[in-house]
Design a protein around this ligand. Structure first.
Ligand code: 13P
Length: 339
């Protein structure tokens, strides 16, 4: 009962109209890649300074209700001396934690991937909770090739996501379930839809088999897009394809769908989110964000690893957060980019 109360409270704190999640949980190799692009060394201090800058952005809590952190960040201090989870809380932003340990090839299943990290997960969650985390994230990754993902790969990944989600709920931690069908490649939008539909169908089947309470979790899916090597689809087409797959696969018991940005640009991901919310007049789920790159990129460019650039970096983050807030309400217009 105690656990159910904890889960309910976290869902109430996180799922609110017009607010979304900031993903700042890049693993060591990924943050090194992002820093490399601005010629900044990925030292522990630089990672701390960057994530402190993000989460102490004044006013961020108006648009952001949760943030996904990397394990190292949970124990680090913001510039004001608070721990980073406390700094997030100070803005009513719920701190969460990425708990998966990354992907490897699925053995004997060429081209399929699988994510690791279930061993000892319950113990790790107890520790993360003591450090302030109230929700978790686990990402499974599906590349699209001719015969990939295989049905076997889809089922193996679904099983992992469901086992992770069940352990989280048993520990009073809200699971964000992230099955990401990548947009890399030259597939058309129909193929992305077909694979995502099969993936989500298997994921919800597994979640239900594992007794996961759908009301107390959040789905983090990809939007439906043509492959990156193809021409971009108009937002109305993305919105229609995305909503069609969601309506076919996601029970309405699930409170919130928080899209990943997955390589869409900052503006592109806001435009598509806005189109989705304008088209989804039926209010089945909250249709929100859990963007990493699309929220952070302009801010990272402004920062350049320099303390004197932090105010500009925070302004850039706040701008993207506000525009995505408007997109969650279906009230975004491209002209607002120039305000
Ligand atoms: P992107 O929005 O950059 O895809 O990152 C979201 C995320 O958390 C991926 O796991």
């Amino acid at each position: 009962m105690q656990t159910i109360n904890e889960l309910e409270t976290t869902i109430i704190d996180m799922v609110q109209k017009g607010r979304g999640v900031l993903a700042a949980d890049e693993s060591a190799p990924t943050i090194a890649k992002r820093f490399d692009a601005i010629d900044v060394e990925s030292s522990e201090e630089n990672r701390r300074a960057w994530r402190s800058a993000l989460l102490t952005t004044e006013g961020l809590g108006e648009y952001i209700s949760g943030t996904i952190l990397f394990e190292e960040t949970l124990g680090q201090k913001a510039d004001d001396g608070k721990t980073i989870p406390q700094a997030a809380w100070a803005q009513k932003i719920v701190p969460g934690i990425k708990v998966d340990k990354g992907k490897i090839p699925l053995a004997l299943s060429p081209g399929d991937l699988i994510t690791q990290g279930l061993d000892g997960l319950a113990d790790r969650l107890r520790g993360y909770k003591e450090q302030g985390a109230r929700f978790a994230k686990w990402r499974e990754v599906y590349a699209i090739e001719d015969k990939v993902p295989s049905q076997h790969g889809i089922e193996a990944n679904a099983e992992m996501l469901a086992r992770y989600a069940a352990v989280c709920q048993a520990e009073g931690v809200v699971p964000i379930v992230e099955p990401e069908v990548l947009m890399d490649g030259s597939h058309d939008i129909e193929r992305h839809a077909e694979v995502t539909e099969a993936v989500q169908h298997a994921v919800f089947d597994a979640l239900i088999r594992h007794n996961v309470v759908l009301e107390l979790m959040i789905l983090k899916p990809n939007m439906i897009l043509p492959g990156k090597d193809k021409r971009r689809a108009p937002p109305e087409e993305v919105a229609a394809a995305t909503l069609k797959v969601l309506r076919r696969t996601v029970p309405t018991a699930m409170p919130s769908i928080n899209f990943l940005s997955g390589g869409m640009g900052p503006e592109e991901s806001t435009i598509n989110l806005n189109a989705i919310n304008q088209m989804a007049s039926d209010g089945l789920w909250k249709l929100s964000i859990s963007y990493g790159r699309a929220l952070q990129q302009p801010s990272l460019q402004a920062w350049q690893g320099k303390a004197e650039n932090i105010p500009a970096a925070q302004q850039a983050l706040l701008k993207r957060a506000r525009l995505n807030h408007l997109a969650m309400l279906g009230e975004y217009e491209e002209a607002m980019e120039n305000d």
